[in-house]
Design a protein around this ligand. Structure first.
Ligand code: AMP
Ligand code: GLY
Length: 438
Protein backbone atom coordinates (compact mmCIF):
# COMPACT_ATOMS: atom_id res chain seq x y z
CA UNK A 1 0.00 0.00 0.00
CA UNK A 2 1.42 3.37 -0.93
CA UNK A 3 1.59 5.92 1.87
CA UNK A 4 -0.95 8.74 1.76
CA UNK A 5 0.53 11.92 0.30
CA UNK A 6 1.11 14.47 3.02
CA UNK A 7 -0.06 17.84 1.72
CA UNK A 8 1.06 19.84 4.75
CA UNK A 9 4.49 21.32 5.10
CA UNK A 10 6.54 20.51 8.18
CA UNK A 11 8.19 23.25 10.10
CA UNK A 12 10.92 22.47 12.60
CA UNK A 13 10.12 23.31 16.21
CA UNK A 14 9.91 25.81 17.69
CA UNK A 15 7.22 27.30 15.44
CA UNK A 16 4.65 30.08 15.86
CA UNK A 17 1.06 29.03 16.59
CA UNK A 18 -2.17 30.89 15.82
CA UNK A 19 -5.31 30.30 17.91
CA UNK A 20 -8.55 31.41 16.24
CA UNK A 21 -11.31 32.61 18.57
CA UNK A 22 -11.97 34.94 21.47
CA UNK A 23 -13.52 32.98 24.33
CA UNK A 24 -12.40 31.30 27.54
CA UNK A 25 -11.81 28.06 25.63
CA UNK A 26 -9.35 29.90 23.40
CA UNK A 27 -7.73 31.57 26.43
CA UNK A 28 -7.19 28.09 27.90
CA UNK A 29 -5.72 26.87 24.60
CA UNK A 30 -3.39 29.87 24.45
CA UNK A 31 -2.37 29.28 28.07
CA UNK A 32 -1.50 25.63 27.37
CA UNK A 33 0.20 26.30 24.03
CA UNK A 34 2.32 29.06 25.56
CA UNK A 35 3.84 26.36 27.78
CA UNK A 36 4.52 23.96 24.91
CA UNK A 37 8.26 23.52 24.32
CA UNK A 38 7.68 23.31 20.56
CA UNK A 39 6.06 26.75 20.34
CA UNK A 40 8.15 29.88 19.65
CA UNK A 41 5.32 32.38 19.84
CA UNK A 42 1.54 32.30 20.34
CA UNK A 43 -0.78 34.51 18.28
CA UNK A 44 -4.54 34.86 18.70
CA UNK A 45 -7.14 36.18 16.28
CA UNK A 46 -8.89 38.18 17.57
CA UNK A 47 -8.38 37.08 21.21
CA UNK A 48 -9.55 39.11 24.20
CA UNK A 49 -7.88 41.16 26.98
CA UNK A 50 -6.95 38.05 28.97
CA UNK A 51 -5.49 36.31 25.94
CA UNK A 52 -3.53 39.48 25.15
CA UNK A 53 -1.49 38.99 28.34
CA UNK A 54 -0.11 35.70 26.92
CA UNK A 55 -0.30 36.05 23.14
CA UNK A 56 0.23 38.58 20.39
CA UNK A 57 -3.03 39.69 18.82
CA UNK A 58 -4.00 39.66 15.14
CA UNK A 59 -7.10 41.84 14.75
CA UNK A 60 -9.03 39.58 12.40
CA UNK A 61 -12.69 38.71 13.02
CA UNK A 62 -13.30 34.94 13.31
CA UNK A 63 -15.75 35.20 10.41
CA UNK A 64 -13.09 36.50 8.01
CA UNK A 65 -11.65 33.13 7.07
CA UNK A 66 -9.91 34.36 3.90
CA UNK A 67 -8.02 37.04 5.84
CA UNK A 68 -7.12 34.55 8.57
CA UNK A 69 -5.61 32.09 6.07
CA UNK A 70 -3.73 34.86 4.27
CA UNK A 71 -2.41 36.24 7.57
CA UNK A 72 -1.23 32.81 8.75
CA UNK A 73 0.60 32.29 5.46
CA UNK A 74 2.33 35.67 5.50
CA UNK A 75 3.39 35.19 9.14
CA UNK A 76 4.82 31.69 8.62
CA UNK A 77 2.51 30.11 11.19
CA UNK A 78 3.46 26.49 11.92
CA UNK A 79 0.11 25.41 13.38
CA UNK A 80 -3.37 26.97 13.42
CA UNK A 81 -5.74 25.83 16.17
CA UNK A 82 -9.38 26.73 15.49
CA UNK A 83 -11.57 27.20 18.58
CA UNK A 84 -15.16 27.82 17.44
CA UNK A 85 -17.32 25.97 14.89
CA UNK A 86 -18.23 29.05 12.82
CA UNK A 87 -14.96 29.42 10.88
CA UNK A 88 -14.75 25.63 10.38
CA UNK A 89 -18.25 25.64 8.87
CA UNK A 90 -17.04 28.48 6.62
CA UNK A 91 -14.13 26.38 5.37
CA UNK A 92 -11.16 27.89 7.25
CA UNK A 93 -9.42 24.51 7.53
CA UNK A 94 -9.79 23.95 3.76
CA UNK A 95 -8.26 27.36 3.00
CA UNK A 96 -5.31 26.70 5.31
CA UNK A 97 -4.86 23.21 3.95
CA UNK A 98 -4.73 24.57 0.40
CA UNK A 99 -1.87 26.82 1.48
CA UNK A 100 -0.03 23.93 3.12
CA UNK A 101 -0.47 25.30 6.63
CA UNK A 102 -1.08 22.63 9.32
CA UNK A 103 -4.48 23.19 10.91
CA UNK A 104 -6.09 21.54 13.91
CA UNK A 105 -9.76 21.67 12.94
CA UNK A 106 -11.73 19.66 10.37
CA UNK A 107 -12.63 20.52 6.80
CA UNK A 108 -15.99 22.13 6.10
CA UNK A 109 -17.29 18.79 4.77
CA UNK A 110 -16.28 16.97 7.97
CA UNK A 111 -17.57 19.78 10.19
CA UNK A 112 -21.06 19.14 8.76
CA UNK A 113 -21.29 16.73 11.67
CA UNK A 114 -21.85 19.86 13.78
CA UNK A 115 -23.33 22.38 11.35
CA UNK A 116 -26.20 20.11 10.31
CA UNK A 117 -27.98 18.06 12.94
CA UNK A 118 -29.94 16.31 10.18
CA UNK A 119 -26.68 15.30 8.51
CA UNK A 120 -25.31 14.13 11.88
CA UNK A 121 -28.35 11.94 12.57
CA UNK A 122 -28.33 10.38 9.08
CA UNK A 123 -24.56 9.88 9.40
CA UNK A 124 -25.03 8.10 12.75
CA UNK A 125 -27.69 5.88 11.22
CA UNK A 126 -25.48 5.08 8.20
CA UNK A 127 -22.57 4.11 10.41
CA UNK A 128 -24.41 2.28 13.17
CA UNK A 129 -23.69 4.81 15.93
CA UNK A 130 -26.26 4.51 18.74
CA UNK A 131 -28.52 7.56 18.91
CA UNK A 132 -32.16 8.40 19.67
CA UNK A 133 -34.80 7.48 17.05
CA UNK A 134 -35.64 10.51 14.90
CA UNK A 135 -37.11 12.05 11.79
CA UNK A 136 -36.02 15.04 9.68
CA UNK A 137 -38.67 17.40 8.26
CA UNK A 138 -39.03 20.48 6.11
CA UNK A 139 -42.85 20.41 6.04
CA UNK A 140 -45.18 21.05 8.96
CA UNK A 141 -47.71 18.34 8.05
CA UNK A 142 -45.19 15.52 7.92
CA UNK A 143 -43.65 16.71 11.20
CA UNK A 144 -47.07 16.72 12.87
CA UNK A 145 -47.79 13.17 11.64
CA UNK A 146 -44.48 12.03 13.13
CA UNK A 147 -45.29 13.71 16.47
CA UNK A 148 -48.73 12.08 16.58
CA UNK A 149 -47.24 8.63 16.02
CA UNK A 150 -44.30 9.10 18.42
CA UNK A 151 -44.23 8.55 22.16
CA UNK A 152 -43.68 11.63 24.40
CA UNK A 153 -41.43 13.30 25.38
CA UNK A 154 -39.67 14.55 22.27
CA UNK A 155 -36.74 16.82 21.51
CA UNK A 156 -37.02 19.33 18.67
CA UNK A 157 -33.79 20.57 17.08
CA UNK A 158 -33.24 23.26 14.47
CA UNK A 159 -30.93 21.74 11.85
CA UNK A 160 -28.24 24.42 11.59
CA UNK A 161 -25.87 26.28 13.88
CA UNK A 162 -27.86 28.21 16.51
CA UNK A 163 -25.22 29.04 19.13
CA UNK A 164 -26.35 26.18 21.37
CA UNK A 165 -29.94 27.49 21.46
CA UNK A 166 -31.70 25.41 18.81
CA UNK A 167 -32.76 22.50 21.04
CA UNK A 168 -36.22 22.42 22.64
CA UNK A 169 -37.21 19.62 25.04
CA UNK A 170 -40.95 18.94 24.94
CA UNK A 171 -42.91 16.97 27.52
CA UNK A 172 -46.11 16.71 25.46
CA UNK A 173 -47.16 16.42 21.83
CA UNK A 174 -48.72 19.90 22.06
CA UNK A 175 -45.39 21.38 23.16
CA UNK A 176 -43.62 19.52 20.38
CA UNK A 177 -46.08 20.90 17.81
CA UNK A 178 -45.56 24.45 18.95
CA UNK A 179 -41.76 23.96 19.00
CA UNK A 180 -41.80 22.67 15.43
CA UNK A 181 -43.97 25.62 14.43
CA UNK A 182 -41.51 28.04 16.02
CA UNK A 183 -38.63 26.49 14.04
CA UNK A 184 -40.24 25.89 10.61
CA UNK A 185 -42.88 28.64 10.41
CA UNK A 186 -41.95 31.42 12.86
CA UNK A 187 -38.26 30.98 11.95
CA UNK A 188 -37.10 31.46 15.56
CA UNK A 189 -33.63 30.27 14.51
CA UNK A 190 -33.67 31.87 11.05
CA UNK A 191 -31.79 29.86 8.42
CA UNK A 192 -30.80 27.24 11.01
CA UNK A 193 -34.47 26.21 10.92
CA UNK A 194 -34.87 25.26 7.26
CA UNK A 195 -35.12 21.70 8.52
CA UNK A 196 -36.09 20.31 11.88
CA UNK A 197 -34.94 17.12 13.60
CA UNK A 198 -37.47 15.49 15.92
CA UNK A 199 -36.03 12.84 18.18
CA UNK A 200 -36.91 10.73 21.16
CA UNK A 201 -35.98 11.99 24.62
CA UNK A 202 -33.23 9.95 26.27
CA UNK A 203 -32.86 9.58 30.01
CA UNK A 204 -29.60 9.30 31.88
CA UNK A 205 -26.50 11.25 32.83
CA UNK A 206 -24.69 13.29 30.23
CA UNK A 207 -21.01 12.99 29.45
CA UNK A 208 -18.73 14.93 27.12
CA UNK A 209 -16.00 12.84 25.53
CA UNK A 210 -13.55 14.72 23.34
CA UNK A 211 -11.02 12.95 21.15
CA UNK A 212 -8.19 14.40 19.10
CA UNK A 213 -8.24 12.91 15.61
CA UNK A 214 -5.60 12.75 12.87
CA UNK A 215 -7.92 11.68 10.07
CA UNK A 216 -7.66 8.05 11.05
CA UNK A 217 -6.46 7.51 14.61
CA UNK A 218 -7.88 8.97 17.83
CA UNK A 219 -6.76 9.71 21.38
CA UNK A 220 -9.37 10.40 24.05
CA UNK A 221 -9.00 13.30 26.51
CA UNK A 222 -10.15 13.01 30.15
CA UNK A 223 -13.99 12.85 30.09
CA UNK A 224 -15.84 15.95 31.31
CA UNK A 225 -19.29 17.06 32.32
CA UNK A 226 -20.79 20.45 31.63
CA UNK A 227 -23.72 22.31 33.15
CA UNK A 228 -25.96 23.95 30.58
CA UNK A 229 -28.74 25.42 32.73
CA UNK A 230 -28.37 28.88 34.24
CA UNK A 231 -29.31 28.06 37.81
CA UNK A 232 -28.47 25.52 40.50
CA UNK A 233 -30.20 22.18 40.36
CA UNK A 234 -30.37 22.46 36.55
CA UNK A 235 -33.10 25.08 36.61
CA UNK A 236 -33.58 28.08 34.37
CA UNK A 237 -32.82 28.61 30.70
CA UNK A 238 -30.18 26.83 28.66
CA UNK A 239 -26.89 28.67 28.35
CA UNK A 240 -23.61 28.20 26.54
CA UNK A 241 -22.42 26.39 29.71
CA UNK A 242 -22.17 27.57 33.33
CA UNK A 243 -19.37 25.29 34.45
CA UNK A 244 -17.67 21.95 34.00
CA UNK A 245 -15.40 19.47 35.66
CA UNK A 246 -12.95 16.75 34.64
CA UNK A 247 -12.24 13.95 34.89
CA UNK A 248 -15.65 12.37 35.46
CA UNK A 249 -14.36 9.69 37.77
CA UNK A 250 -17.39 7.64 38.73
CA UNK A 251 -17.64 5.88 35.39
CA UNK A 252 -17.79 2.19 34.66
CA UNK A 253 -14.18 1.35 33.71
CA UNK A 254 -15.36 -0.13 30.39
CA UNK A 255 -17.41 2.90 29.45
CA UNK A 256 -14.69 4.87 27.67
CA UNK A 257 -13.67 1.78 25.71
CA UNK A 258 -17.32 1.36 24.64
CA UNK A 259 -17.59 5.03 23.66
CA UNK A 260 -14.44 4.61 21.61
CA UNK A 261 -15.69 1.46 19.86
CA UNK A 262 -19.36 2.36 19.46
CA UNK A 263 -19.21 6.11 18.80
CA UNK A 264 -15.82 7.67 18.09
CA UNK A 265 -14.12 5.04 15.93
CA UNK A 266 -17.16 4.44 13.70
CA UNK A 267 -17.51 8.22 13.30
CA UNK A 268 -13.90 8.68 12.23
CA UNK A 269 -13.99 5.63 9.95
CA UNK A 270 -17.28 6.84 8.46
CA UNK A 271 -15.93 10.32 7.77
CA UNK A 272 -12.88 8.83 6.14
CA UNK A 273 -14.96 6.44 4.02
CA UNK A 274 -17.07 9.40 2.87
CA UNK A 275 -13.97 11.37 1.90
CA UNK A 276 -14.40 14.02 4.61
CA UNK A 277 -11.02 14.94 6.09
CA UNK A 278 -11.24 15.12 9.89
CA UNK A 279 -8.17 16.38 11.68
CA UNK A 280 -9.16 18.12 14.87
CA UNK A 281 -11.14 17.68 18.07
CA UNK A 282 -14.20 15.46 17.82
CA UNK A 283 -16.64 16.09 20.66
CA UNK A 284 -19.26 13.44 21.40
CA UNK A 285 -22.11 14.66 23.61
CA UNK A 286 -23.43 11.44 25.14
CA UNK A 287 -26.37 10.29 27.20
CA UNK A 288 -25.47 7.36 29.44
CA UNK A 289 -28.75 5.49 29.20
CA UNK A 290 -29.67 2.22 30.87
CA UNK A 291 -29.14 0.66 27.43
CA UNK A 292 -25.60 2.03 27.10
CA UNK A 293 -24.06 5.27 25.82
CA UNK A 294 -25.97 7.04 23.03
CA UNK A 295 -24.82 10.03 21.00
CA UNK A 296 -26.83 13.23 21.44
CA UNK A 297 -24.61 15.30 19.20
CA UNK A 298 -21.20 15.73 17.70
CA UNK A 299 -19.25 18.98 17.81
CA UNK A 300 -16.33 19.54 15.47
CA UNK A 301 -14.18 21.35 18.05
CA UNK A 302 -13.19 21.45 21.71
CA UNK A 303 -16.09 21.95 24.12
CA UNK A 304 -16.61 25.19 26.00
CA UNK A 305 -16.44 25.15 29.06
CA UNK A 306 -15.10 21.55 29.13
CA UNK A 307 -11.75 22.57 27.64
CA UNK A 308 -11.05 24.98 30.49
CA UNK A 309 -11.21 22.02 32.92
CA UNK A 310 -9.50 19.45 30.69
CA UNK A 311 -6.37 21.29 29.55
CA UNK A 312 -4.94 21.94 33.06
CA UNK A 313 -4.98 18.17 33.60
CA UNK A 314 -2.80 17.31 30.61
CA UNK A 315 0.85 16.47 31.11
CA UNK A 316 2.16 16.84 27.56
CA UNK A 317 3.29 19.26 24.85
CA UNK A 318 -0.13 20.33 23.56
CA UNK A 319 1.20 21.91 20.36
CA UNK A 320 3.00 18.71 19.44
CA UNK A 321 -0.14 16.65 20.07
CA UNK A 322 -2.31 18.95 17.94
CA UNK A 323 0.32 19.27 15.20
CA UNK A 324 0.65 15.49 15.01
CA UNK A 325 -3.12 15.35 14.36
CA UNK A 326 -2.94 18.17 11.82
CA UNK A 327 -0.21 16.28 9.98
CA UNK A 328 -1.94 12.91 10.12
CA UNK A 329 0.66 11.27 12.36
CA UNK A 330 -0.86 10.89 15.84
CA UNK A 331 1.66 8.64 17.56
CA UNK A 332 -0.24 7.21 20.50
CA UNK A 333 -3.76 6.72 21.68
CA UNK A 334 -2.60 7.47 25.21
CA UNK A 335 -2.98 11.01 26.59
CA UNK A 336 -0.66 11.76 29.51
CA UNK A 337 -2.63 13.42 32.32
CA UNK A 338 -1.86 14.42 35.91
CA UNK A 339 -3.65 12.41 38.61
CA UNK A 340 -5.69 15.50 39.48
CA UNK A 341 -9.11 17.11 39.03
CA UNK A 342 -10.21 20.48 37.69
CA UNK A 343 -13.42 22.44 38.16
CA UNK A 344 -14.49 25.38 36.01
CA UNK A 345 -17.01 27.90 37.34
CA UNK A 346 -18.36 30.38 34.79
CA UNK A 347 -19.09 33.94 35.90
CA UNK A 348 -21.82 35.38 33.69
CA UNK A 349 -23.08 38.92 33.18
CA UNK A 350 -26.30 40.41 34.51
CA UNK A 351 -29.18 39.47 32.22
CA UNK A 352 -27.42 36.45 30.65
CA UNK A 353 -28.55 34.55 28.60
CA UNK A 354 -31.40 36.70 27.26
CA UNK A 355 -29.92 40.19 27.42
CA UNK A 356 -26.42 40.28 28.90
CA UNK A 357 -25.42 43.69 30.17
CA UNK A 358 -22.01 45.06 29.25
CA UNK A 359 -19.88 47.62 31.05
CA UNK A 360 -19.84 46.37 34.65
CA UNK A 361 -16.34 46.88 36.09
CA UNK A 362 -14.57 43.65 37.09
CA UNK A 363 -12.37 43.55 40.20
CA UNK A 364 -10.39 40.92 42.05
CA UNK A 365 -8.89 38.91 39.19
CA UNK A 366 -5.32 39.39 40.45
CA UNK A 367 -6.33 38.15 43.92
CA UNK A 368 -7.93 35.12 42.33
CA UNK A 369 -4.80 34.31 40.27
CA UNK A 370 -2.67 34.68 43.41
CA UNK A 371 -4.83 32.09 45.17
CA UNK A 372 -3.56 29.54 42.63
CA UNK A 373 -6.48 29.21 40.21
CA UNK A 374 -6.65 29.97 36.49
CA UNK A 375 -8.91 32.76 35.29
CA UNK A 376 -9.75 32.57 31.60
CA UNK A 377 -11.44 35.54 29.92
CA UNK A 378 -14.45 35.24 27.62
CA UNK A 379 -16.63 38.37 27.44
CA UNK A 380 -14.30 41.06 28.77
CA UNK A 381 -13.10 44.35 27.34
CA UNK A 382 -10.88 47.23 28.38
CA UNK A 383 -12.72 50.52 28.76
CA UNK A 384 -10.87 53.62 29.91
CA UNK A 385 -8.16 51.41 31.40
CA UNK A 386 -10.61 49.27 33.34
CA UNK A 387 -11.60 45.68 32.70
CA UNK A 388 -15.35 45.45 32.12
CA UNK A 389 -17.89 42.76 31.29
CA UNK A 390 -18.53 42.62 27.55
CA UNK A 391 -20.56 39.53 26.76
CA UNK A 392 -22.72 36.83 28.31
CA UNK A 393 -20.15 34.56 29.82
CA UNK A 394 -17.50 36.85 31.25
CA UNK A 395 -14.87 34.65 32.93
CA UNK A 396 -14.07 30.98 33.58
CA UNK A 397 -12.49 30.36 36.99
CA UNK A 398 -10.67 27.02 37.10
CA UNK A 399 -9.51 25.40 40.33
CA UNK A 400 -7.31 22.33 40.29
CA UNK A 401 -6.55 19.91 43.10
CA UNK A 402 -5.72 16.35 43.95
CA UNK A 403 -9.42 15.50 43.93
CA UNK A 404 -12.72 17.10 42.92
CA UNK A 405 -13.49 18.37 46.43
CA UNK A 406 -10.21 20.28 46.61
CA UNK A 407 -10.58 21.62 43.06
CA UNK A 408 -14.16 22.71 43.75
CA UNK A 409 -13.25 24.49 46.99
CA UNK A 410 -10.42 26.38 45.25
CA UNK A 411 -12.55 27.34 42.26
CA UNK A 412 -15.34 28.73 44.46
CA UNK A 413 -13.02 30.55 46.87
CA UNK A 414 -11.50 32.34 43.87
CA UNK A 415 -14.83 32.91 42.11
CA UNK A 416 -15.98 34.74 45.25
CA UNK A 417 -12.94 37.04 45.11
CA UNK A 418 -13.98 38.34 41.68
CA UNK A 419 -16.65 40.99 41.74
CA UNK A 420 -18.78 42.80 39.20
CA UNK A 421 -22.32 44.13 39.38
CA UNK A 422 -24.90 41.55 38.40
CA UNK A 423 -22.45 38.61 38.50
CA UNK A 424 -24.24 35.30 38.03
CA UNK A 425 -22.79 31.89 38.82
CA UNK A 426 -23.95 28.45 39.80
CA UNK A 427 -23.04 27.18 43.27
CA UNK A 428 -23.34 23.48 42.47
CA UNK A 429 -20.74 22.82 39.77
CA UNK A 430 -19.14 19.40 40.34
CA UNK A 431 -21.42 18.86 43.32
CA UNK A 432 -24.59 17.56 41.69
CA UNK A 433 -23.09 14.85 39.58
CA UNK A 434 -26.09 14.02 37.46
CA UNK A 435 -27.43 17.03 35.56
CA UNK A 436 -30.75 16.15 33.94
CA UNK A 437 -32.74 18.08 31.39
CA UNK A 438 -35.91 19.43 33.03
P1 AMP B 1 -27.46 19.14 21.68
O1 AMP B 1 -27.07 20.52 21.23
O2 AMP B 1 -28.03 18.29 20.59
O3 AMP B 1 -26.42 18.45 22.50
O4 AMP B 1 -28.59 19.38 22.77
C1 AMP B 1 -28.37 20.23 23.87
C2 AMP B 1 -28.82 19.57 25.13
O5 AMP B 1 -30.18 19.15 24.99
C3 AMP B 1 -28.06 18.28 25.46
O6 AMP B 1 -26.88 18.53 26.14
C4 AMP B 1 -29.08 17.57 26.33
O7 AMP B 1 -29.07 18.11 27.63
C5 AMP B 1 -30.38 17.92 25.68
N1 AMP B 1 -30.77 16.90 24.69
C6 AMP B 1 -30.51 16.90 23.36
N2 AMP B 1 -31.02 15.80 22.78
C7 AMP B 1 -31.61 15.08 23.74
C8 AMP B 1 -32.32 13.83 23.78
N3 AMP B 1 -32.54 13.11 22.67
N4 AMP B 1 -32.76 13.40 24.97
C9 AMP B 1 -32.56 14.11 26.09
N5 AMP B 1 -31.92 15.28 26.13
C10 AMP B 1 -31.44 15.77 24.98
N1 GLY C 1 -20.13 22.43 26.17
C1 GLY C 1 -20.90 22.23 25.00
C2 GLY C 1 -20.31 22.76 23.79
O1 GLY C 1 -19.15 23.13 23.75
O2 GLY C 1 -21.01 22.79 22.79
Amino acid sequence: MSPQPDPVRRRPAPYPVLVVGSGAREHALVWALAQSPSVSEVWAAPGNPGIATLAAIAEIPVTDVEATAEWADVHGIGLVVVGPEGPLAMGLADLLHARGIPVFGPSRAAAELEWSKAFAKDFMRRHGIPTAPYGVFTEMDAALDFIRDARDPLVIKADGLAAGKGVIICGTAAEAESAVRSVLIERAFQGAGDRVVIEGFLEGEELSVIAVVDGERIAILPPARDYKRLRDGNQGPNTGGMGSFAPVGDLDPNLLARVREMVLEPAVAGLRAEGRLYRGALYAGLMLTSGGPMALEFNCRFGDPETQAILPLLDLDLAELLLSCAEGRLASEHIAAHPAAAVCVVLAAHGYPERPRGGDVIEGIEDAWRSGVLVFHAGTALSAGQLVANGGRVLSVVGTGSDLDEATARAYAAADMIQFNGKQMRRDIAMSLAPQPA
